[in-house]
Design a protein around this ligand. Sequence first.
Ligand SMILES: NC(=O)c1ccc[n+]([C@@H]2O[C@H](COP(=O)([O-])OP(=O)(O)OC[C@H]3O[C@@H](n4cnc5c(N)ncnc54)[C@H](OP(=O)(O)O)[C@@H]3O)[C@@H](O)[C@H]2O)c1
Length: 428
Amino acid sequence: VNKVKVALLGLGNVGTGVWKILNTNKEEIRRRSGYDIEIAKILVRDKSKKRNVEVPEELLTDNADEVFNNDEIRIVVELMGGVEPAYEYMMRAIKSKKHLVSANKMVIATKGEELIGAAAEAGVMFYYEASVGGGIPIIHGINESLTANKIEEVVGIINGTTNYILTKMSLEGLSFDTALKGAQEKGFAEADPTSDVEAYDAMYKLAILASLSFGAKINLDSIYREGITKIESVDIAYAKELGYTIKLLAIGKDNDGVLELRVHPAMIPSTHPLANVNNSFNAIFIRGNAIGDLMLYGKGAGDLPTGSAVVGDIISILRNNIDLAPSNDINNQSTTVKYSPMEETKCEYYIRLSVRDLPGTFGEIATILGKNGVSLSSVIQKGKGEEFVPLVFVTHGTKEANLNRSLEEMKNMPAIYKIDNVIRVENL
Ligand SMILES: NC(=O)c1ccc[n+]([C@@H]2O[C@H](COP(=O)([O-])OP(=O)(O)OC[C@H]3O[C@@H](n4cnc5c(N)ncnc54)[C@H](OP(=O)(O)O)[C@@H]3O)[C@@H](O)[C@H]2O)c1
């Protein structure tokens, strides 16, 4: 059995998972990779911090040079997070001819092209399975098992924190704030939840999924992004009444060479498999022109599930010849990509208004919608005799531009007190 030295950059959640898996599954990993994997160095910020695993003290360092200047280290595993200094360290690893594994969606979504290019040039392997969907083998799935397909559509629930919050709101009737607090207490949400609840995390992951699925370098500015903070309990209740479940979806479509990329909360039919992906689980639904519909479901975060993907990448590297430059770095990405603007996107819409209970109000709204090419598929009107009553309707499919024009006109209607919420409906 050969021996190989590996360095970890980071020993947080994921680093701890990797450490545990390498120890627990030592025998299997030796058999499957042909190597004894030795963690030779672990870069951290604070060496004196208490760790969740017992790690020999001499392995920890806060000096990156100890990793990059050590020629015996053949594989660097970046599990720090953030763009800098992670990106700088990843480039240093590549330039010192070390193979690279990372779980860092933020770096890969923003600097993936540079990293992939530099790795190809240096003749090292670079894998990042854990960056999307945690333990779910989505990246190898798209790159290898599904590579014979033209992928037409990818729709995913790829952020566990928001899915946990929406599940609690939906199944237990909690408010957004209470559900978020619960998620933070259970360790599913960070103290600053912005990246999750405002859907930046899902946007990075969609950029990675779309680049692999559609063979394009994705510009993050071309992804429409909207978080879940404006979803209220009352919207969840109406969704149920209408037969829908609210999920934060990441959607990528290739419409004859024009990409449609968006991340936002959406009502989906409660009978669709994605509607039953609950708590912190993730799922990715793919439509390929040969495979048809496919869904991958599993744990998108957590130390062991994410560690499973990271260690899988290390083993993939070992199974190829670590002394030879990889031959499979085909850069098939097109940089001349066309994106369809959000205004051109066609959706159905749920609209919730507070209106004055006056005769003729509904007729007036219907006229505005009709004039702008928006027709209605259902209406719910509740309450009577109060000053303001809720009015909820769902439209048929229409362009976002038509909807926006209608909303602008409605804002000027004296009978409408407030447009409380607008949520897209995806009849998947
Ligand atoms: N958590 C998940 O379930 C999950 C799932 C999929 C992907 N990911 C990705 O995996 C990566 C790691 O996530 P995590 O949850 O494990 O993060 P984490 O718990 O915050 O751990 C980060 C680790 O990196 C070290 N570190 C951070 N900045 C450093 C610096 N400038 N110099 C040296 N060491 C530094 C920290 O050192 P100290 O311990 O000394 O502070 C810590 O050990 C992120 O890119 C994340 O997006 C995470």
